[in-house]
Design a protein around this ligand. Sequence first.
Ligand code: FES
Ligand code: FE
Length: 430
Amino acid sequence: MSADVTGADVTGATAADLVRADRVAGRLYTDPELFELEMTRIFERAWVWVAHTSELPGPGTFKSTHVGRQPVIVTRDRKGEIRTLLNRCRHRGASVCEKPQGRANGFTCPYHAWSYGLDGALRGVPYPDGYEGVLEKRDLSLRRLRTESYGGMVFATLDPDAEPLETFLGDARLWIDRFMKQGGGYPVKVLGRHRFTFRGNWKIQLENTTDGYHFPIVHRSWMASVDAETADMMSFMTDPTAVTHDLGHGHSVMQMVPAHSDLDADDGSEPLQARFDGLVAELSATLDPAAVRKVVRAMHGTGFNLNLFPNVSLSAAFFRVLRPVAVDETVIEHVAIGPDGPPELDAVNRARLRIHEHFQGPFGFGTPDDAEGWDRVQRGAAAAPDMPILINRGSAREKADADGHPTAHVTDETGMRAAYGRWKEMMGDD
Ligand code: FES
Ligand code: FE
């Protein structure tokens, strides 16, 4: 685009012009200048998800990831504090860590061997005599990002003045608490992850997480591939209690299986799925019936998708993390999770991984179909960038729920309206 979204320039396009209550401009997917603005106005200001605490189990553990396009290392330092550090040497800019995760005492730059501690402090430089009188080590730590966590979810922000994480999450916190109950009485841990790229804009994926409308269409082959009980559980199209709430701050939650939204609310009347009979028998050898029921009832996760603007969703039984690379390229990471408990639960986590792969895996019956849809949106949007993208489904039947959150049916576009409302606020704000 040739316009500044603040409206300062010739075309007069403002954030308000680009995003209306019922539609957004198609060029939100295709305009490289808009993408550049998003990187600074959204990804350098918001709290961006970087890790789950189980990925940093003890001092010296680390993972590398990104905040927007900026590479970072998330570490647990010697004192146990979680840090997020820009992965950029303070000498001449080389990345100091290329491993996806691991354990280390610190990071030594490969170029001239400046070495940094787990907290980012510059510890040593080789041949220091050349720096006599011109270098103050304490001023040259790896840049530290503000880092805070909630419910095991670790977020970082490049904005030193950002609101506290808990304010940013707002009413989404209740849903994070509920999501973590799928540990079945145990904490949740990361079981594994895989990554893929799709040729489309990051917001196409963001929209998808609380888009119940596509489910029976795009996921027809998945529905045909599962047992009747699972297919029945996911047949929410005509269930009036299956709703999506706009939680504020751009976050939304889509309740596909409302009976599973709060896994602690269980009157014992719902039978466990027959497909888990073998697992129930195996677990019953060591766990009491209530513990077995708790863990097995949570095998599909919680029956909702929580979309946290801008980069992570807590979806059914996994996390989905998006990383914008270019206006038409996005990396997605699917992070499988399960209960972190005694060895008996290994069988539970194996079964959870098989369910995860069946839908979300690279040759699964779900995600590859989603990704094809996302690619197709990007290709189609190139045809007429000035034609709007419609996000008005269900707006006439949207009502405030008891907490005042705009709410409509699970197939409605409430989640998209929530996310684009936030986009407009952040993009229009200098
Ligand atoms: Fe890192 Fe020179 S660029 S030590
Ligand atoms: Fe989908």
